[in-house]
Ligand binder design. Structure first.
Ligand code: SER
Length: 339
């Protein structure tokens, strides 16, 4: 018999850390963790099986299909936006090819089990695209179905995979004999930039905010790579994890869409810098703008409208900028870097 489990890909990434801890605490469920790199020691005890491997390895996916019955798949593995601009072909392979492979696994599992497999896909504000600052500033906080003109590889990959997920859920093999059956229950969130106290992101383009904060807490100088008036939305990692568990446990009939915006606060780089200085007055934070990365952030929205998530699955962040810094980020960072 195949063993019931849930699958998390990209398990050792920033989001995987928080998600494994949360799912372990909440559910009586066996977690299968897949990542290119070995899982952090702190997480190993929380998972049923730890697999080191590539989501593009088809024999590994087939092995998973043979050994497990997945109730849910959390497909977190991806190449982030800065890395994807240096290696667009590899980004497409991983971000699109990998997602397609996991969607096919979910369909196989849903078909053989007779119930749709829940599939979580983290999307991003990078699916939006503005031609320049004027258009961005004029649009303000934007809803899900507007301005989807990505100009980054990562954004193109994420937008296409949102559509693929929607297709797999509603229209998969629509001309076949099984055309009325639904094999997957696809749920996706477009995340803003995320700030974690535990990990520093790498290879993303929203990284200037978490990098600024971590550098200040470590007592290291930092040069912010975007202008001081640069603005996009952000949230804390605990709220991001809370959002994933909330949307995944929402009754299907409450969800009016497959993809939702969420956001918590949207400070400019300079507003955030000032807040960091309140907690770390000695911090040495300057600006050294990288024009090419600046253009990427300028193509992303000032803010997003998350009213659909608030209506449908009662999304509400715990942390704003003030209590996110005061109650979560600053105390945990001070503890982590105290030596
Ligand atoms: N935070 C991501 C990145 O910067 C965008 O969603 O790549």
């Amino acid at each position: 018999m195949r063993k019931p489990a849930i699958l998390i890909t990209g398990a050792n990434g920033e989001m995987g850390h928080g998600l494994i801890t949360a799912l372990h605490a909440r559910n009586n469920v066996s977690i299968v963790a897949l990542d290119l790199n070995p899982l952090d020691k702190a997480l190993s005890g929380l998972v049923y099986e730890e697999l080191i491997g590539n989501i593009l390895d088809q024999s590994l996916i087939e092995q998973l299909n043979g050994e497990y019955e997945f109730d849910a798949i959390y497909h977190l593995a991806a190449l982030l936006s800065t890395r994807a601009e240096f290696s667009p072909r590899a980004a497409h392979d991983v971000n699109v090819g990998g997602t397609l492979s996991l969607l096919n696994l979910a369909v196989e599992q849903g078909r053989s089990r007779g119930v749709p497999v829940k599939f979580f896909f983290p999307s991003s504000i990078a699916v939006y695209g503005f031609s320049g600052l004027d258009a961005k500033n004029k649009a303000g906080a934007i809803p899900e179905d507007s301005h989807r003109n990505p100009s980054t590889m990562y954004g193109c990959n994420k937008l296409y995979c949102e559509h693929l997920g929607h297709y797999y859920m509603h229209y998969f093999q629509r001309l076949g004999a099984d055309n009325n059956r639904c094999f997957i229950d696809f749920r996706s969130i477009r995340f803003p930039g995320i700030i974690s106290s535990k990990t520093i992101p790498s290879a993303g383009t929203s990284d200037y905010i978490p990098e600024m904060l971590h550098a200040a807490a470590k007592g290291e100088p930092y040069q912010c790579f975007v202008r001081e008036d640069t603005q996009i939305p952000f949230m804390t990692m605990p709220d991001a994890i809370f959002a994933i568990t909330s949307i995944m446990s929402a009754p299907a009939e409450d969800l009016s869409r497959t993809v939702y915006n969420i956001r918590s606060f949207a400070p400019s780089a300079e507003v955030f810098r000032q807040r960091v200085l309140e907690y770390f007055p000695q911090a040495d934070i300057g600006y050294h703008i990288t024009e090419k990365r600046q253009k990427m952030v300028d193509s992303w929205p000032l803010d997003t409208d998350d009213s659909k998530a608030r209506e449908d699955w009662r999304w509400k962040p715990v942390h704003g900028l003030d209590n996110g810094l005061k109650d979560y980020l600053v105390p945990e960072l001070k503890e982590m870097y105290k030596d």
